[in-house]
Design a protein around this ligand. Structure first.
Ligand SMILES: Cc1cc2nc3c(=O)[nH]c(=O)nc-3n(C[C@H](O)[C@H](O)[C@H](O)COP(=O)(O)OP(=O)(O)OC[C@H]3O[C@@H](n4cnc5c(N)ncnc54)[C@H](O)[C@@H]3O)c2cc1C
Length: 426
């Protein structure tokens, strides 16, 4: 059987390498660190956690908890090691970060079927290759990908606005309309009175900011965080993302400002706050954005963020098995493929490895059941709108359900479906 090349020994690359090697496939694993470092990694070890040492919530009633359970069932090495080196963290799977990456590093290096090559890949190797070089992909490889896929298909900066579940928006206050009724009236509008705007504005400009890396600050002029824009003047937002003109609602007073939400997924369960890319801490986003009329009880499935993040326009470029439409020998995994988060990156590495194994064995591609969290996530990144694509994490908004009771049923269905999928791939 032919050898598989994997570029990047991060969470996705290590997961993919161990999955393939454990079922008898030889792997060339390319990693540039420590010869060449990224701006966030600090150690020479594989699968380094660049920031938090939490792999998020472990309860099944939490979307990331469900995803962890699903990949554990599929044989995830990352979750296996995480559980082994877990430290107390309440409902979260918190790990001793050193033991976590050292254990995975050792497991990979000692595996007889994994050949580690310590070099930066600039030109893509021949044969089946999984590119898992992450959000901080080296410049040389970025250029190669850009030439292969077209400059406009590669993004270098993630400026995501918060995502909100539609079921939590108060539609007695908010209403559907496009500006001047242009298009299909698909935006949700949250109208402010002057008093509401004043309160919101005053909280926004003094909101607490998350720690930002120096290298993340360089991109701000192109796409400014809402709180930075607000600090330019009290009315700047009313002439920018909160412009009320053309968004009036018949029979209601003229709004002083309007926040708009745009549909984010095909199921229309998630809406993003237009223009609200932000560096506010998650807690502050929850507190301040709930001051927007209609969002008092908003359920955030993803908070806004801004950071250096190389990722592809997955819906435009990838097949369902995560291979490139214009070169099916190349698969994309991890954050580069448009998922967001440690567990999501590892999960996509696992999914790609499963597909590569089937390909090597001339087996038909198997669709990952969309009723699983992994399937819903993969479906999202493959089928989202290429025009507004930003990375996605695991969340229940990806399921077509709103009520808690239905959600319990969905969780059970997801676990049944992932077990069936496992039987099929075996
Ligand atoms: C600053 C920052 C903080 C983050 N914090 C969190 C967090 O707290 N929680 C969370 O859930 N997610 C976080 N993320 C998002 C994401 O989950 C992580 O970046 C995760 O590590 C992504 O996994 P990956 O396997 O795709 O990439 P990585 O884990 O980054 O692995 C990619 C590997 O490829 C190597 N590489 C790059 N280019 C080349 C090349 N040309 N040749 C050879 N090797 C190469 C890199 O050295 C690296 O080891 C953060 C992202 C960033 C950028």
């Amino acid at each position: 059987m032919q050898k598989v090349n994997i570029i990047g020994a991060g969470l996705a690359g290590v997961e993919a390498a161990l999955y393939l090697a454990n079922i008898g496939v030889s792997v060339n694993l390319f990693e540039m660190r420590p010869k060449k470092n990224t701006l966030a990694h600090k150690t020479p070890y594989f699968a380094e956690l660049v920031c938090s040492n939490s792999l998020k919530n472990k309860m099944l009633t939490n979307a990331c908890g469900l995803l962890k359970e699903e990949v554990k069932i599929l044989g995830s090495s990352i979750i296996k090691v995480a559980n082994k080196v877990a430290i107390p963290g309440g409902n979260a799977l918190v790990v001793d970060r050193d033991s976590f990456s050292k254990t995975l590093d050792k497991t990979v290096r000692e595996h007889p079927l994994i050949n580690v090559i310590n070099e930066e890949v600039v030109d893509l190797p021949k044969g089946i290759t999984i590119v898992a070089s992450g959000p901080l992909t080296s410049k040389g490889l970025e250029k190669t990908l850009s030439n292969l896929l077209g400059e406009e298909s590669l993004f270098f900066f993630d400026a995501s606005a918060p995502l909100i579940e539609i079921s939590s928006i108060d539609m007695e206050i908010a209403y559907f309309k496009s500006r001047y009724h242009q298009g299909d009236d698909s935006y949700i509008n949250c109208p402010f009175t002057k008093d509401e705007y004043d309160i919101f504005y005053n909280e926004l400009i003094k909101g607490k900011i998350a720690l930002v890396h120096e290298f993340d600050k360089k991109y701000f002029s192109a796409c400014m965080p809402i709180e930075v824009l607000a600090k330019k003047g009290k009315h700047t937002l009313r002439y920018g993302p909160l412009k009320p003109k053309g968004l009036e609602k018949e029979g209601r007073p003229q709004p002083y400002a309007v926040a708009q939400l745009r549909q984010d997924n095909a199921l229309a369960t998630l809406y993003n706050l237009v223009g609200f890319q932000t560096n506010l801490t998650y807690g502050e986003q929850e507190r301040i954005f709930r001051l927007i009329p209609g969002l008092k009880n908003a359920k955030f499935t993803r908070f806004g963020l801004m950071h250096r993040n190389t990722y592809l326009n997955a819906p435009k470029l990838l097949n369902l098995d995560m291979s490139l439409k214009n070169n099916p020998n190349i698969y994309i995994a991890g954050q580069l493929s448009g998922v967001e988060g440690y567990v999501e990156s590892a999960a996509s590495g696992l999914y790609v490895a499963i597909n590569v194994y089937r390909r090597l064995n001339k087996l038909k591609p198997l669709q990952i059941p969309p009723q699983t969290m992994l399937g819903a996530l993969i479906n999202y990144i493959i089928k989202a709108s290429p025009k507004h694509f930003t990375p996605m994490n695991a969340n229940f908004g990806l399921f077509p359900t709103h009520s808690k009771k239905e959600r319990e049923q969905y969780i059970n269905n997801a676990l049944d479906a992932i077990k069936l999928y496992k039987e099929e791939i075996e």
